[in-house]
Ligand binder design. Structure first.
Ligand code: CA
Length: 224
């Protein structure tokens, strides 16, 4: 999953970006409001983390502008003060959630997961495809009851496919949602990771769950 982080406090932005990347998210960062608005309007994103107080353009204006343009990406607002007015204004402008600074990183992660689930319309934190279980809360993967260890990128890939289970996910979808703007789309890194993932999820099992759809992409599904 790909996150746009719009935060002008560089130190905080760096810590959050690093922490999110360790969790397997890819993160694009903007340090001012104008750059942030450009990013949300031009880059694909699964969640936007938006600070309210920003140079050049404030968070509420960015939010109103993106909603006016029909961009429905879930937005988590960061408010510096615990003031009701900011929260009301934010929610009324189309924010999906908010978090008051300073916050615990674990809470930020939980709120992001909740927004992603809501967007995918999945209520349960565990996604099941046949005998494969993906626990999106603690990132535990099991197949046939046995735990499977995945790298952060492999997990990100599997999670994206799981949120879109039974649907074809194109190479472009995967590149746009699991890598950030610095990814070289011409490299074969994506195919390499899909193969790694296949080896871990399907190897040794009679029933394959990750299928290649020739010329279209991949699909995670139970039925052949
Ligand atoms: Ca700020």
């Amino acid at each position: 999953m790909r996150i746009t982080l719009i935060e002008d406090e560089k130190q905080l932005a760096n810590i959050v970006k690093k922490g999110l990347e360790e969790e397997g998210y890819s993160v694009d960062v903007a340090h001012d409001g104008e750059e942030g608005l450009y990013m949300v309007e031009n880059y694909p994103s699964d969640v936007v983390i938006l600070d309210i107080m920003l140079p050049l353009l404030d968070g509420i204006s960015i939010l109103s502008s993106m909603r006016k343009k029909g961009i429905k990406t879930p937005v988590l607002l960061l408010t510096a003060r615990d003031t009701i007015t900011d929260k009301i204004k934010g929610l009324d402008s189309g924010a999906d959630d908010y978090l008051t600074k300073p916050f615990e990183f674990g809470e930020l992660l939980a709120r992001i997961r909740a927004l992603i689930r809501r967007k995918a319309d999945i209520k349960d934190t565990v996604i099941r495809i046949g005998d494969l279980e993906i626990n999106t809360a603690n990132r535990e993967i099991k197949r046939g009851g046995k735990t499977i260890q995945l790298s952060a990128k492999e997990y990100a890939m599997l999670q994206y496919m799981a949120y879109n289970k039974d649907k074809i996910v194109s190479r472009t979808d995967l590149i746009e949602h699991i890598y950030d703007e610095n990814f070289d789309a011409n490299s074969n890194a994506l195919d390499v990771y899909v193969n790694f993932l296949r080896n871990k999820i399907d190897k040794g099992f009679k029933k394959k769950l990750i299928h290649t759809v020739r010329g279209a992409g991949y699909i995670l599904k139970e039925k052949e």
